[in-house]
Ligand binder design. Sequence first.
Ligand SMILES: Cc1ncc(COP(=O)(O)O)c(C=O)c1O
Length: 373
Amino acid sequence: MTTSERILRDPDSVDTPQLIVSEEILQRNIAEMAAFAKSIKVQLRPHIKTHKSIEIARLQIAAGAVGITCAKVGEAEVMVNQAGIDDVLLAYPIVGAKKYERIVALMEKARIAVAVDSDTAIETISQAMVQHERKIDIYLEVNTGQNRSGVMWGDEAVHFAQEIDRHPNLRLSGIMTHEGHVASFDPDAIGREAIAAGEKMVQTAEMIREHGIELPTVSVGSTPAARMTPTVPGITEMRPGTYVLNDCSLFRYGDTWGVEDCAARFVVTVVSRAADDRCVIDAGSKTLALDGNVGHKGHGYIVGHPDVIISKLSEEHGVCELPAGEEGFQVGDTVEVIPNHICPTVNLMDEMAIVRDGVVVDHWKVAARGMVR
Ligand SMILES: Cc1ncc(COP(=O)(O)O)c(C=O)c1O
């Protein structure tokens, strides 16, 4: 596949804007990450927030993933009840008694592990497990530099690990971090930062084990660092999500990711050409989402047209700046657009059209779409 190549042969075969997914690129992305994880003897637990699809989750499991990662309980409900997945990590601080009623129901069908980073969450989970006479696996979330959720790596994490260990209905099975902050470093620094995050995790795990806690799992996860952090000896699990579809936020890492790795695109139509240097495509913020990126200027990458910039989005209008002399992009023309950040984009769609050999062969539901609760 060349960079100018689209994945859909006949764009008139779909009504636009249409999210399409190349089965070939998808399968390759799944297989390559699975092979990489196997080669470094690290378990793969992909984050499904990227695709929210039963079919893709099943393909990841079939390729060797030990289970999946979700953020929200609602995503896990879809993946357990509809996809039949029996091992789920909720890698998000799950707070509130109502959530635990739902988690206990899921525990009838699957192994559920939950991330925590607060005394309040530890107490709530413990009480729920006592009430339901259950014991649940806990991952302590550790901050290795992202400064989002997570207790500080090192002494603070050890303190929380001991706290969890004091509760008989909680089993501290792992520590986890999302080293997503490394993505903001320059491409030549990302490896160093990713390795540093991995080392903080391994060091923290060793400190926890010195207190007699078994701690089998040391889990990291982020696509830009997926080939780096998990290689630190002592890391046992990786949770990349974006890798399965990829997007143009990854283009800044030189030769590592390109158009040919992006399985998901939008087929869009030019609906206005009111000026020589401007056109409008039928994909605005309700299609492409508003996330920025530093890999390519604008709100997405138009396949085969790196010099055309999607400069402005309103809800249904994608305003494109055209270079002088551009004769294409006439009303009715179609192009493929790779979004800046594929995860929120997929969440805006009901379904994705699956393309094989240039032709739509199936439609897969975005089954966990909108499951934010
Ligand atoms: C907790 C957690 N783990 C793993 C991931 C996967 O990271 P990426 O989307 O870079 O693959 C994310 C992404 O948001 C996350 O929040």
